[in-house]
Design a protein around this ligand. Structure first.
Ligand SMILES: Cc1cc2nc3c(=O)[nH]c(=O)nc-3n(C[C@H](O)[C@H](O)[C@H](O)COP(=O)(O)OP(=O)(O)OC[C@H]3O[C@@H](n4cnc5c(N)ncnc54)[C@H](O)[C@@H]3O)c2cc1C
Length: 468
């Protein structure tokens, strides 16, 4: 596995002039060893130090901290309100409200954490617009809003179509709702900032130190090419790369998400009135997500470009998105922003999304062992929720019996992903049907019955599929 390769625009900027932490050489001991230095691993490390400052916490990262999805994502910091129906289904209404509220508070807390710790992650708290960009998508949010409102909560504001077009800078947006809690960040600056604060608080970080073997001894031992860490507890915070752990293989599949970015075009953005930090998504399963940056670029991403086969998150998930996929994303950008159709998108990158079968992340001891715990499955919405992931995993690792450990018992890994090669081949067929369906809807046509039936086999994304 490599998580290196050409960097995202975000990480390249955030790494300028930075020195790597040392790589692991020789045998170390620690109280807790965290494998993976993305948001989940780093929030877990910070939480552990908050709960028990004297703990010796080690992070072992294959690449550099932020080299995975945390340094490449769209920078949308979102709550779980959009996933409320699924949460309610899995945990019941009361717990779903508690978790969604906690996830919304996490968005605010991340901003406060950055301010308090001098992390300039370009945090902008301008909300998230959940939109429709064709007639078939209009109202995709209704069942979610209704479910939330049944609990007396108003998490979203219904906007007039005119206002949606104004806020998004394009009248291709036909309708939408605003979740005011949403924020945007420069994601790699956030990851690197968490790394700095973790080091300041005494967390020992080893970069370019890939775990090549997890020895399930007692205590467990994490092996890298040139060293090992024996720890009382191990936390696996490896995101998509967790797929190689056989116990979670039926709960997770890995898909790409591809991003393109323009050069800075602040004057063009001012002309169309799209200058704040609002995060915008449409209502496709192969979701488009886009925002502006502080220096006036547009970054535009699209989910579900390709699947991983078997246990490997391979080279297809690293570096630049391949030309065909990058062009598809750029074409979507141009069609949603015709006023910017002449603007080139010279930067592109891709990354792996840890799609859980339910669309909600899971947290659990590995094989029932309390000394090895894991969490993943954010399904493309992890920037905000990984803060909660850190709390959950820290509580699990410390064996605490608190609100967060109990949350883990509500969110175990749930199977459903078929074994290979059915997963890969079936996934491709279903993805192709979803793409056909969404193309037909863009053209104002009704997709054929077979396409609709095949597309309905996809696990739901933002929009519950059965409702469309
Ligand atoms: C292109 C893209 C766009 C996205 N956009 C958004 C968005 O806008 N909003 C949102 O909320 N979410 C988004 N996501 C998802 C979000 O980025 C993730 O949910 C989040 O970063 C997960 O953090 P993590 O720490 O769990 O994973 P990661 O940041 O991937 O961290 C896991 C780390 O583990 C390391 N690792 C793996 N295997 C090993 C090993 N064997 N030994 C040591 N280290 C190992 C990896 O190198 C990696 O650094 C996006 C994802 C992608 C790929």
């Amino acid at each position: 596995m490599t998580t290196g390769g050409a960097r995202s625009l975000w990480l390249a900027d955030a790494l300028a002039g930075a020195e790597d932490a040392p790589s692991l050489e020789g045998d170390e001991r620690a109280d807790i060893c965290i494998v993976g230095g993305g948001y989940t691993g780093l929030w877990t490390a910070l939480r552990l130090k908050e709960l028990e400052p004297a703990l010796d916490v080690v992070v072992v990262e294959a690449d550099v901290c932020g080299g995975g999805a945390s340094g490449r994502n769209g920078g949308f910091v979102l709550s779980w309100w959009a996933k409320f129906e699924k949460l309610e289904h899995l945990c019941g209404g009361e717990e779903a409200v508690r978790l969604a509220r906690a996830s919304a508070e996490a968005v605010v807390t991340i901003g406060e954490f950055c301010r308090r710790n001098g992390i300039d992650a370009h945090y902008r708290h301008d909300g998230w617009l959940w939109t429709a960009t064709n007639a078939a998508q209009v109202g995709a949010w209704e069942s979610t809003l209704a479910a939330i409102e049944r609990h007396g909560v108003e998490a979203f504001a219904r906007l007039e179509p005119r206002e949606v077009a104004r806020r998004s800078g394009s009248s291709e947006h036909l309708a939408g709702v605003l979740e005011p809690t949403g924020a945007t960040v420069q994601p790699a600056l956030l990851a690197r900032g968490l790394r700095r604060v973790a080091i300041e608080r005494g967390v020992r970080i080893f970069e370019r130190s890939r775990m090549c073997r997890l020895e399930r001894s007692r205590p467990p031992r994490v092996h890298t090419a040139r060293g090992s860490v024996t720890a009382e507890r191990v936390v696996l915070a490896m995101n998509a790369w967790l797929q190689q752990i056989s116990e979670v293989a039926s709960s997770l599949f890995v898909i790409t998400s591809d991003v393109v970015a323009t050069d800075p075009i602040p004057d063009r953005l001012a002309e169309i009135g799209w200058t704040d930090g609002v995060a915008i998504s449409d209502s496709r399963l192969l979701v488009n997500y886009y925002r502006t940056t502080l220096d006036g670029r547009v970054t535009f991403g699209q989910g579900g470009g390709a699947f991983a086969f078997g246990k490997k998150v391979g080279a297809a998930f690293e570096g630049a998105a391949p030309p065909g996929r990058a062009e598809r994303v750029a074409a979507s950008f141009r069609s949603l922003y015709p006023a910017l159709a002449d603007v080139p998108t010279p930067r592109t990158w891709t990354g792996p999304v840890d799609r859980s079968w339910t669309g909600i992340p899971f947290f659990a001891p590995l094989g029932g062992r309390p000394d090895i715990v894991l969490g993943a499955g954010y399904s493309g919405n992890g920037v905000g929720p990984s803060y909660l992931g850190g709390r959950i995993l820290a509580s699990l690792a410390l064996g605490r019996d608190d609100e967060w450990a109990q949350t883990a018992s509500l969110l175990p890994p749930r199977g459903g992903v078929p074994p290979e090669p059915i997963r890969y081949l079936g996934g491709r067929l279903v993805r192709a049907a979803v793409a056909r369906k969404e193309r037909a809807e863009d053209a104002g046509k009704s997709p054929g019955a077979l396409t609709r039936r095949m597309a309905a086999l996809a696990p739901a994304g933002l929009v519950p599929l059965k409702k469309r």
